[in-house]
Design a protein around this ligand. Structure first.
Ligand SMILES: [Zn+2]
Length: 429
């Protein structure tokens, strides 16, 4: 047996380019899907046995988050966004260091791998430590240094240095620039960041109109529309613009966001928990804008489980609009896979396709709540009846990093013990 090859026998494959699922064999060589074959082509014995009741999907992409906030979970529950940030989150974050961030990130990566996520977006600080956690665990990610204030430009310089050091590293990391939001970054600096992005070819992660108050605190009210701001700063023309939230974008402006270089990261659960509202996702989709899904940080969600986002995204817009036809299960799965991958600059992940990176999630369909699934209705079963407890295995770049409750490259007990100690050091309990 060639150790560089791994087969998946009789799996039920779905991705956003398929109108229905199909049973087939998959051959992975190195970090890529090399062949998609008729069922039974691969010999039994060395392949993963899907037995016709294991779904194989592209791994999920968590398109917005601050992973190390796993250490801040539970802080300041039931507070509005600005009060929560200013009183409970930012003071604690001031005490973070590289070691704490690495521990919290590794903890978050474990949670994401065990729930089928193979790639995550992150905007935080001590990003070298985030990158180290990703490289050591073998996880794919799009990373940006969160830039707040930055009167001397040092954070932008740090973000650019981080890009020089880590962009493209091991084929797992893409680096973006991370201006936090229009209300925390001065206009001129936002312009400069857009220039740097265009010059360097880096993408940008930006929080965009999460709470209603951002119209006034960002200085838009009576002066300019948010869309004018994106145009005037040049942000709208950067190579890859990932706008987190977009809750308070006017429906009428949805078409502005329908651009090949722009993706909206929809975080329905975090938006609900902070009482921020519901993003006009049906309007974005109708306009042809690209939408991905994110959890945001564990302190405002409180999970890094994309299955929750799948279900909330599929349900909430039907409910608030009194329209059950809005947002199909295949649309939310597309958001959680290929749309997120493209937004982070991974153009050969997110589909189950020959030549694409082997980033995959295997899902156990041999469970009571899947009785009745077939190739046509599988996606509805996954989104409305499935959950992350159905994840059997998670594969990143051809490597099975999680299988049947165990992590192949992470010492679970050690990371949990270190995380408990890190949390104690940070917040005293
Ligand atoms: Zn965020």
């Amino acid at each position: 047996m060639n150790l560089n090859k791994r087969g998946y026998r009789d799996v039920v494959v779905w991705d956003a380019e398929r109108s229905s699922a199909e049973r087939c064999d998959i051959l992975v060589e190195g970090d890529k899907i090399s062949s998609i074959l008729p069922v039974g082509t691969l010999k039994p014995g060395y392949a993963y046995e899907g037995k016709g009741n294991t779904a194989l999907l592209p791994g999920f992409v968590n398109a917005h988050g601050h992973t190390a906030m796993t250490l801040l979970r539970g802080l300041g529950e039931e507070l509005p966004l600005m009060e929560w940030l200013q009183k409970r989150i930012w003071p604690v974050e001031n005490n973070l260091d590289g070691n704490l961030v690495k521990t919290g990130t590794t903890l978050g990566i474990m949670e994401m791998l065990s729930t089928g996520t193979t790639c995550f977006a992150d905007m935080y600080f001590f990003m070298d430590s985030v990158a180290e956690a990703a490289l050591e665990t073998g996880m794919r990610c799009g990373l940006s240094r969160g830039i707040v204030g930055d009167s001397d430009g040092s954070k932008l310089r740090e973000n650019l240095k981080f890009a020089r050091d880590f962009n493209g590293k091991d084929g797992l990391i893409n680096v973006q620039l991370g201006p936090h939001a229009p209300y925390t970054v001065p206009f001129e600096l936002m312009k400069q960041i857009a220039e740097e992005a265009k010059e360097s070819g880096l993408g940008v992660q930006l929080h965009w109109l999460e709470a209603a108050s951002e119209w006034s605190i960002s200085g838009f009210e009576g002066k300019m529309t948010p869309e004018q701001y994106l145009s005037d700063t040049g942000m709208i023309d950067v190579p890859n613009l990932l706008l987190a939230h977009c809750v308070w974008v006017n429906k009428e402006s949805a078409e502005f966001y329908a651009k090949d270089n722009v993706t909206i990261a929809h975080n329905p659960k975090s938006n609900l928990k902070l009482g921020s509202g519901t993003a006009p996702v049906p309007a974005f989709l109708k306009a042809g804008a690209s939408v991905a899904l994110g959890t945001d940080g564990a302190a405002s969600n409180n999970r890094l489980d994309i299955w929750d986002e799948l279900r909330f995204a599929a349900l909430i817009h039907k409910g608030v609009n009194n329209d059950p036809t809005l947002i199909s299960s295949s649309e939310v799965l597309k958001m959680a896979t290929v749309n997120g991958a493209r937004a982070l600059g991974f153009n050969d992940t997110g589909l189950i396709k020959e030549g694409y990176k082997a980033d995959m999630v295997l899902i156990d369909l041999d469970k009571p709540h899947y009785v009745g699934w077939d190739l046509e209705n599988l996606v509805g079963y996954l989104v409305y009846a499935g959950s992350s407890s159905d994840v059997k295995a998670t594969v990143v770049a051809g490597k099975m990093l999680y299988k049947d409750g165990s992590f192949t490259g992470i010492d679970k007990d050690q990371v949990i013990a270190e995380s408990k100690a890190a949390r104690c050091k940070l917040i005293g309990r």
